[in-house]
Design a protein around this ligand. Structure first.
Ligand SMILES: [Zn+2]
Length: 343
């Protein structure tokens, strides 16, 4: 039932690298089987192995310069970060994780979750325990907030890692959001999953997992109902998707949290080994008070972002920001092959 649609075209030009002989480069356009969102790749470029530019000096400078005045470090977190208003605990703590309101929110409920007292962690240092405590703290905070305001039904956990991933603070933290309405992308996914269910009498997410498992090209790993795969038509570079079987909202994730965090930790290790230092992560959950797992399953996605570097160039240009048709640098099939060995 699932269609993995690809279109091909070619770009022809006289190349200065070949004495102005006419050359051709193949272009592939892929269409997401659920949303219809497109992405494009220049297959030759995509296959080209990339030099991992470590630029550690730049990253080290960034880490050291930011540590002295960091609001999330243990010396300042208690005095410099906001507290939740009446009706909530002032801050929510689980293990080493601390959740508090965002000082500059862009929503009625917008909070920050600091992973631990460590000012900087490499992507391969986010252990399953650290992830579990933080995500459990996020869900606990959502549950408390929804008890006060029942309209806050759409919960999402987001993680911008390092400035190229849009983090303004180096110290590892997530941002959590609860809102009465879903974001447009989540709404589109829920609506189209429901359409698929009413037309095919099947669950899109179960079909997706089955199809990806069968082909094996993009399926990375699956265990106890958590499936990791490289997205067929990624919206960002090195996009990896987690699909959580039979669960539609974030409260349901609690029972599968260990496995989810083991998987995420392995993917982050894989990213690190591939030379990725910066990334962006989000969860896409159905409403907190409804079980709609017959047609929609909780999913999460992460994408790599450029590495901190003195000649930093954003990975979001006119195609990504204006036309919403991203240009992708890595073939999903190669990404899956590279990440499998971390499980
Ligand atoms: Zn810090």
């Amino acid at each position: 039932m699932i269609k993995f649609a690809k279109f091909f075209s070619e770009a022809r030009f006289k190349s200065p690298a070949k004495n102005f002989e006419e050359v051709s480069q193949p272009i592939e356009v892929r269409v997401d089987p659920l949303t219809g969102n497109k992405c494009r790749m220049n297959i030759e470029r995509t296959k080209r192995p990339k030099q991992v530019s470590e630029n550690n000096a730049e990253l080290d400078n960034l880490i050291n310069a930011s540590r002295e005045k960091c609001y999330f470090c243990p010396e300042r977190i208690e005095t410099s970060t906001p507290k939740f208003p009446e009706g909530m605990p002032e801050r929510v703590k689980v293990g080493k994780a601390t959740i508090f309101p965002n000082l500059f929110p862009f929503g009625g409920f917008h909070a920050v979750g600091v992973f631990s007292d460590k000012h900087y962690l490499r992507l391969n240092e986010f252990t399953p325990d650290l992830l579990r405590d933080t995500f459990n703290a996020c869900i606990k905070t959502f549950e408390l907030a929804s008890r006060i305001d029942a309209d806050l039904r759409f919960w999402h956990i987001n993680w911008n890692c390092l400035p190229p991933g849009a983090a303004s603070i180096i110290h590892p933290h997530v941002q959590i959001f609860a809102d009465p309405v879903p974001t447009p992308f989540l709404k589109d996914m829920m609506d189209k999953s429901q359409e698929y269910h009413s037309e095919e009498h099947l669950n899109y997410w179960a079909d997706l997992v089955d199809a990806e498992k069968r082909s094996g090209e993009r399926y990375i790993h699956g265990s106890r109902g958590i499936h990791w795969l490289a997205s067929f038509a990624p919206q960002g570079n090195k996009e990896v998707m987690a699909v959580v079987e039979d669960i539609s909202n974030l409260s349901g994730l609690k029972e599968k949290m260990e496995k989810f965090c083991e998987g995420l930790s392995a993917i982050l290790k894989g990213y690190h080994e591939m030379g990725v230092r910066s990334m962006t992560f989000s969860t896409f959950a159905g409403p907190s008070d409804v079980f709609m797992n017959d047609f929609y399953w909780l999913n999460a996605r992460l994408i790599s972002r450029p590495n901190p570097s003195p000649f930093y160039i954003s990975d979001c240009g006119f195609m990504e920001k204006m036309h919403l048709e991203p240009v992708i640098e890595t073939l999903p099939e190669d990404l899956a092959a590279g990440l499998k060995k971390h499980f």
